[in-house]
Design a protein around this ligand. Structure first.
Ligand SMILES: CCCCCCCCC/C=C/C(=O)SCCNC(=O)CCNC(=O)[C@H](O)C(C)(C)COP(=O)(O)OP(=O)(O)OC[C@H]1O[C@@H](n2cnc3c(N)ncnc32)[C@H](O)[C@@H]1OP(=O)(O)O
Ligand SMILES: NC(=O)C1=CN([C@@H]2O[C@H](COP(=O)(O)OP(=O)(O)OC[C@H]3O[C@@H](n4cnc5c(N)ncnc54)[C@H](OP(=O)(O)O)[C@@H]3O)[C@@H](O)[C@H]2O)C=CC1
Length: 153
């Protein structure tokens, strides 16, 4: 007997619910961001994923296109801590897709350490990524008339 086929990507929402919408997902190449990206694509969105590591982004696009043949997922490098980099991410997305309907502020992170061992540089890295980075992305998107913004960090 043939093994049952298991869909690689599914959603509790109706397929194509977001047909022709455009989403920008920071940190979209890994973990939770990659899962969000695939569900948005399943729902009909076109998606730009953005983060610092081009190798991760390229690998994710290849993997996702294998899971969802015909989907429109692209990548652009961005360090959300840097304002110029955020502006470039948004302008590149607008150039390539013509609009941005959804921003998913997923890029971020932290590390576990006792407060007594937490260096100021490390603390600043976390704040600059999760707080400043999210602020910069939201500000630039609002300036460019993005409709909806979701926060993860
Ligand atoms: C009850 C239970 C409830 C448990 C409740 C559990 C709730 C879990 C909720 C959340 C879970 C998650 O987020 S899960 C995982 C999410 N993903 C990640 O965190 C991965 C992405 N992370 C990152 O990019 C980084 O961790 C982030 C902190 C943002 C900073 O990134 P950067 O690359 O810019 O920073 P780095 O250059 O690596 O480091 C800068 C400085 O930070 C410090 N630093 C960096 N890593 C460090 C480490 N592991 N330990 C100590 N110190 C570190 C050093 O001082 C570094 O300086 P130098 O020494 O001079 O270099
Ligand atoms: N896993 C969990 O239990 C929880 C996670 N979260 C949050 O959810 C989000 C995703 O976490 P998770 O999937 O677990 O972890 P991952 O490490 O897989 O995802 C973090 C992503 O953020 C990107 N990123 C980090 N720093 C920057 C930066 N400066 N500029 C652009 N992108 C950046 C990383 O890409 P790159 O390195 O290429 O830049 C990576 O793709 C994070 O914000 C995390 O803090 C919140 C609650 C719980």
């Amino acid at each position: 007997m043939a093994a049952p086929t298991v869909a690689k990507v599914t959603s509790v929402f109706r397929q194509k619910l977001f047909k022709d919408k455009v989403a920008l997902v920071t940190g979209g190449a890994t973990g939770i961001g990659k899962t969000i990206t695939q569900e948005l694509l399943y729902l009909g969105c076109n998606v730009m994923i953005a983060s610092r590591k081009a190798d991760n982004l390229k690998a994710a696009v290849t993997e996702i296109q294998g899971n969802l043949p015909g989907c429109d997922v692209r990548w652009t490098e961005c360090n959300i801590r840097k304002e110029d980099s955020v502006k470039k991410m948004v302008s590149t997305t607008l150039e390539q897709f013509g609009k941005i309907d959804f921003l998913v502020n997923n890029g971020g992170g932290q590390f576990y350490a006792p407060t007594s061992e937490f260096s100021l540089k490390g603390f600043n890295a976390v704040v600059e990524t999760n707080l400043t980075g999210t602020f910069l992305c939201m500000k630039e998107e609002l300036n460019q008339s993005c409709l909806l913004s979701f926060m993860q960090t």
